[in-house]
Structure formats: structure tokens, C-alpha cells
Design a protein around this ligand. Structure first.
Ligand code: TYD
Ligand code: MG
Length: 463
């Protein structure tokens, strides 16, 4: 059997060009798995469902609150967690902090195949708070002092051969292991160069087996490239127990950790961290980041409610529409899908009969968040029109609705969950699709109005 080392495509014969990813000379023969593999597979036997006692799974808390929450309430013994993200987003920083905390709970090994142990220690230095401020007499130390990171008990290993890593885990009985990163480790069991599909998949599978048999928790870092990456975390999602993505616009300090898979907890939860000069801090008051103009309205900004995974989030969209100074108009979106943005511009032009062909249009999501929820369509349209007309929208108004190609408002999922979040943020008025209206709970105390068309909403807010 041959397979493409770039995308994993399989073929019975060698091919010069991969029919899937169109790469040239990417085919390699799959190696036979050698027998010297140190892990002996457990003997399995069918179990009667009734005999499985559903004891509550014991959890180990890392002490980093957001991280424990996203894990589903702490670490489970024997689980493998994949943390994916673009290079430079802060995966190593986060895991080093986690490792520092874990080293006080059980023996922890940080396998740094990417950086030398010295480089890691430079990073650890940054994470350690500087001289603790002197505490005035009669007052106890603040939380910050107590939570200071200490790496004195953490084991660091600069090794890229997983076979050797396994020997260390076995002889030292490590309880927590961090592999940074899967792209730069290898195992002689598998074919191909480091970072190739067969190595990445093989190594992840190998690590999962180690975790299950040794009962240790293993965290695996995986790089994702800007375009979604083929030879990266996507290949591993089915192998590991949990998949977290760490994302954020590089120019902003905010980083989002998102659970997309969790065999031991809910998925979809997000944790927001702020990258500071000495490490990551969880941000609890999300409104301050995502709703910068909550109290003083400015033209071009609207508030939408998107569901990121399970959690509804109020987010401000900011738009700038201005006459293009040169012949070519500029269209840019940050945090908002560009194709969707272009579609909304076309819908405004066609269905509202407003010409935008001579306008530069920019659309940003506040706080560096990336949103994918179509429920933000209505808010995006209203923000662009607000900037075009230079008329600010009233504060505490929220827009929820998907906009169809005909300019119609379409229903969104989980409307009550979203409205509950609106109530929490003391919203005064919500604009939703009329098709959503009948599902709405009667208990909400603010105005909830249904509209059939985008133009009806526009007439209502910009009359
Ligand atoms: P890093 O964890 O190395 O990213 P990854 O492992 O995902 O590739 O983080 C990289 C960036 O974070 C780097 O540009 C420096 C910055 N950083 C801070 O801003 N503050 C800090 O305390 C640390 C350790 C890093
Ligand atoms: Mg790194």
C-alpha cells in the first residue's frame, strides 16, 4: 500500500502525482509495523453492559481555572489531549504553565523537542512573577502571589525519539507528560520523515497507547498552518480524547482556547486568555473585550450574539464604510468570514438598492475573536449601514439573524439560550427573525421584536 505523505491519500500503486492534493512525488510505501514495539496490547474481552460500574471519573485539577473547566472539570487519568494552533499563538506558554502546576501534583515531564531545555527555562523565567511585592503588615498575600508559577519540580527532556521518551516514562513513572510538538517527534516504528503523515499519525497513536497503559495524561502540541493544515492536528482528532484549539489574531493580545472534542466533558466551551509579558491570564469579564462601545454608541458598531460552541457570547462588530479615494475599492474583514462578508455586501446592494460600488468597506470583530455563526449576519449588515449613514445605533440593542440571499431573515438555533445571555447583559431591545419569535420564552423582560426582511429592520432602526 502506498500513501501520500502530504494528505494521507492511499493507493495500491505508486503515483507520481497525488490525485487529492495534487502534490508531486509525495507517495511513499507504508511500512510494516515492527514487532519490537514495547507496548503489549491488553487482552480484551466483551463486558456485560450491566456489569460496568459507572463510578464517577476522578478528576485532577490543574489549578488554572479556565483550563480545568474546558477539560470538563479536570484531567482524567490516561487521557490524551491535543492542543492545536498556529505557530506563535502561545501553545508552549500555556502548556509550560500547566506543567508547572501539575509538577506539584504528580511527576511531570515536559518533552521539548522543538526548543532546547535552556530555551524553555528562559520562557519559564518570564512566567515567574518578578520579586513578589512586599505585603503590608496585617494583610494576607493576594491571590496573585499564591498562584505564582514554580517550575522547580518540573522535569524537562530535550528528546525527539518517542521510544526513548517511553523508556523515561516507564522508568520514572511520570503521571503527566507534555509533548511539544507532535510535528518534531518521531518513532522508528513508523516510516517517513518527522512531520510526515505516517509519523504524525503513528506517534499520536503510540502516545495514546502509552497514556492508556501507564495511566498517565499526555498533552500533545500540534501546529496548524494558516490554511487549516493537512499534515497536522486534523489527522489526529479521532485518535486523541480531547482536542483544543488555541486561536487568536496575532495583533491582539487575546487568545481563545476552544474545545472541539472532549470524550470526558462538553465540547464547545471557550476560555479567553490574555497574553501578557509574563504569560497567559484568564479573562473573566468578557464584556470589556468584546463590547468596547457598550455605553457610548458610535456609528458603524452593532452588537450580535454568537454561539461559540455551547456558549453564547455578545460581541461587537465594527464597520467602516467610506468613499474610496483611489479607483479600486478595498474590502477587508477581520474575524468575520470574508466570503460571507462579500455576500452580505452584495445582498445590501441588490435587496436594499444601496450602491456600495464606490465605497471601501471594512468589518472587524472586536477583541480579535473569529466568529463563524451566521446569526451575526444581521448585525454585520446593520453595522455597515450605520457607518454608511453615519448614524449610531442605540446602545443595548442586539441583532440576531441569518440573512438569506433574498434579503430575508432566517431563524437561528438556540434562540432562548442567546436571549438569556442578552438578559444578563441588560439588553433593552433585541431584533430577531420573525420565524424565531414563536419559540421565544415569555419570561424575558426586554423588547424582543421579530422581522421578516433585512429591509424591515433597516427601516426600523434608521427611519
Ligand atoms: P509560544 O508559546 O512559543 O507559541 P507556540 O508554542 O504556540 O508556537 O508563544 C509565542 C509568543 O508568545 C511569542 O511571540 C512571545 C509571546 N510571549 C509573551 O507575550 N509573553 C510571555 O510571557 C511568553 C512566554 C511569550
Ligand atoms: Mg511552541
Amino acid at each position: 500500500m502506498f500513501h501520500c505523505t502530504a494528505c494521507g491519500y492511499k493507493s495500491v500503486k505508486w503515483l507520481g502525482k497525488c490525485p487529492l492534493c495534487e502534490g508531486w512525488e509525495t507517495f511513499a510505501e507504508e511500512a510494516e509495523v515492527s514487532e519490537e514495539h514495547p507496548i503489549v496490547k491488553e487482552k480484551t474481552a466483551p463486558k456485560l453492559f450491566g456489569n460496568i460500574n459507572e463510578k464517577k471519573i476522578p478528576r485532577i485539577l490543574t489549578g488554572i481555572e479556565g483550563f480545568d473547566r474546558i477539560l470538563g472539570g479536570g484531567i482524567v487519568n490516561g487521557e490524551t489531549v491535543l492542543i492545536g494552533g498556529e505557530p506563535g499563538v502561545g501553545k508552549s506558554t500555556l502548556l509550560l504553565e500547566v506543567a508547572g502546576k501539575l509538577s506539584f501534583i504528580g511527576k511531570t515531564l515536559y518533552v521539548s523537542a522543538e526548543e532546547s531545555p535552556e530555551q524553555v527555562s528562559v520562557r519559564a523565567d518570564r512566567l515567574r512573577p518578578k520579586e513578589a511585592p512586599s505585603i503590608p503588615e496585617g494583610r494576607s498575600a493576594s491571590n496573585k502571589d499564591q498562584s505564582k508559577s514554580d517550575f522547580s519540580r518540573l522535569y524537562i527532556l530535550g528528546e525527539d525519539d518517542l521510544g526513548k521518551v517511553y523508556e523515561h516514562i516507564e522508568s520514572n513513572d511520570f503521571k503527566f507528560v507534555i509533548i511539544d510538538s507532535i510535528q518534531v517527534v518521531y518513532s522508528s516504528r513508523y516510516e517517513g520523515a518527522k512531520g510526515s503523515v505516517s509519523q504524525i499519525k503513528g506517534c499520536a497513536d503510540y502516545l495514546t497507547q502509552i497514556a492508556k497503559i501507564k495511566g498517565c495524561a499526555i498533552f500533545i502540541v500540534g501546529h496548524v498552518t494558516k490554511d487549516g493544515a493537512i499534515a497536522g492536528p486534523k489527522l489526529l482528532e479521532h485518535i486523541v480524547d480531547c482536542v483544543f484549539y488555541f486561536e487568536g489574531e496575532m495583533l491582539s493580545d487575546y487568545r481563545l482556547l476552544r474545545a472541539t472534542k472532549n470524550r470526558f466533558g462538553p465540547t464547545g466551551d471557550i476560555v479567553v486568555f490574555e497574553m501578557s509579558s509574563n504569560g497567559l491570564k484568564e479573562v473573566k469579564k468578557l464584556d470589556e473585550i468584546f463590547l468596547p462601545h457598550q455605553s457610548e454608541p458610535v456609528s458603524g458598531s452593532s452588537v450580535v450574539c454568537v454561539i461559540e460552541g455551547l456558549r453564547p457570547l455578545l460581541v461587537e462588530l465594527q464597520s467602516l464604510v467610506s468613499k474610496a479615494s483611489f479607483g479600486v475599492v478595498r474590502r477587508r474583514s477581520l474575524g468575520f468570514d470574508f466570503n460571507r462578508f462579500s455576500l452580505l455586501v452584495a445582498i445590501i446592494e441588490k435587496r436594499l438598492k444601496i450602491s456600495l460600488s464606490a465605497e471601501d468597506i471594512f468589518l472587524n470583530v472586536a477583541g480579535g475573536l473569529r466568529i463563524n455563526d451566521p446569526a451575526a449576519d444581521l448585525g454585520a449588515c446593520v453595522a455597515m449601514l450605520s457607518s454608511l449613514k453615519d448614524k449610531a445605533l442605540p446602545s443595548h440593542n442586539v441583532f440576531i439573524g441569518e440573512v438569506g440571499l433574498g434579503g430575508e431573515l432566517r431563524r437561528v438555533n438556540n434562540i432562548n439560550l442567546r436571549l438569556k445571555e442578552l438578559a444578563r447583559a441588560s439588553t433593552k431591545r433585541a431584533f430577531i427573525a420573525s420565524s424565531n419569535l414563536k419559540e421565544v420564552d415569555k419570561s424575558f423582560r426586554f423588547a424582543i421584536e421579530g422581522f421578516g426582511q433585512l429591509k424591515d429592520v433597516v427601516n426600523e432602526v434608521f427611519h
